[in-house]
Design a protein around this ligand. Structure first.
Ligand code: RIB
Length: 293
């Protein structure tokens, strides 16, 4: 099974702040860094570092060398990334002294994959392969529909949440990978057990991973539920913790690892990611995960 990740590729401008800026407030940042990021790029790198063969599909701008280099260095296949005129998508990220973040994403029109891009990508994949997507890239529902028509398995991380995503063809999704905010957006529920109950009812063919930060993670697959506690760690920067979890979990299950083992490895990998600065840079290798586990 080949996995293609239809995902965002961003330049992250990260500002270290005392607290997340309030409406009307001006805040001095203590530090500023430029990192490679994007939920898509982070998840591809996490999958590759966890040992999966992963193809990335997306768009970068004229300033995208650093992003392509990061993907290439992690051994992600970048054949399906189109180079477009203009600046790559970027983010403004604040990280506070507890390691919590808030993120604004901007991608110009040139960075939007077209229907022709989607058709070109899908031409290289066959029934039985899988497409991973987040909700950060233009034309996500179109990719979902076309991939499902072609018989690809759909793995969806509904992040960031949008109102429009409720009208996506979500019945085609095989795996939902979400946190409690995304779970609430899809179900209207806040309690983790209720989120799983409603998802099971709405999407009987979909399996679920529900991450709860320091409160652990649940997986639900064909009527079975599994719980994984979080590993305790001093958080430095939580950016890409969820992406790391997603990549390690998917790499695990796609290699035939039992769900409880894949959950444990993903939780451990993401605990390492939150102890480091940056997005893609914070993702550990499989060796680091297995040595420290
Ligand atoms: O999930 C973290 C990522 O979200 C960051 O790298 C940023 O680019 C945004 O896409």
């Amino acid at each position: 099974m080949k996995i293609v990740n239809y995902g965002s590729i961003n330049l992250d401008h990260v500002y270290q702040v005392d607290h997340i800026v309030q409406p009307g407030e001006t805040l001095l940042a203590a530090d500023q860094n430029l990192f490679c990021g994007g939920k898509g790029l982070n998840q591809s790198i996490a999958l590759a570092k966890a040992g999966a063969e992963i193809f990335h599909a997306g768009v970068v701008g004229e300033d995208g060398d650093i992003l392509l280099d990061a993907l290439r260095a992690a051994k992600v296949d970048i054949t399906h990334i189109r180079r477009a005129p203009g600046a790559s998508a970027h983010t403004v990220i604040q990280v506070d002294r507890k390691g919590q973040n808030c993120i604004i994403v901007f991608s110009g029109e040139n960075m939007r994959p077209s229907e022709a891009d989607i058709d070109r990508v899908l031409a290289d994949f066959a029934p039985g392969d899988a497409v991973l997507m987040q909700n950060e890239l233009f034309n996500t529902p179109l990719m979902m529909r076309k991939a499902a028509e072609k018989g690809l398995a759909i793995i969806f991380n509904p992040s960031p949440v949008s109102r429009e995503m409720l009208s996506y063809p979500l019945e085609t999704v095989s795996w939902f990978l979400l946190n409690e905010i995304e779970g609430e957006a899809l179900t209207g529920e806040t309690d983790p057990g209720r989120i799983l109950d409603v998802l099971a009812k709405k999407f009987p063919n979909g399996s679920v991973v529900l991450t709860l930060g320091a409160n652990g993670a649940w997986a639900m697959d064909r009527g079975h539920r599994f719980f994984q506690p979080a590993f305790e760690v001093q958080a430095v920067d939580t950016t890409a913790a969820g992406d790391t979890f997603t990549g390690f979990f998917l790499a695990g299950i796609s290699s035939g690892m039992p769900i409880p083992d894949a959950l444990r490895r993903a939780a451990f990998a993401s605990s390492i990611a939150v102890s480091r600065k940056g997005a893609a840079d914070s993702i550990p290798t499989a060796e680091e995960v297995s040595l420290a586990e």
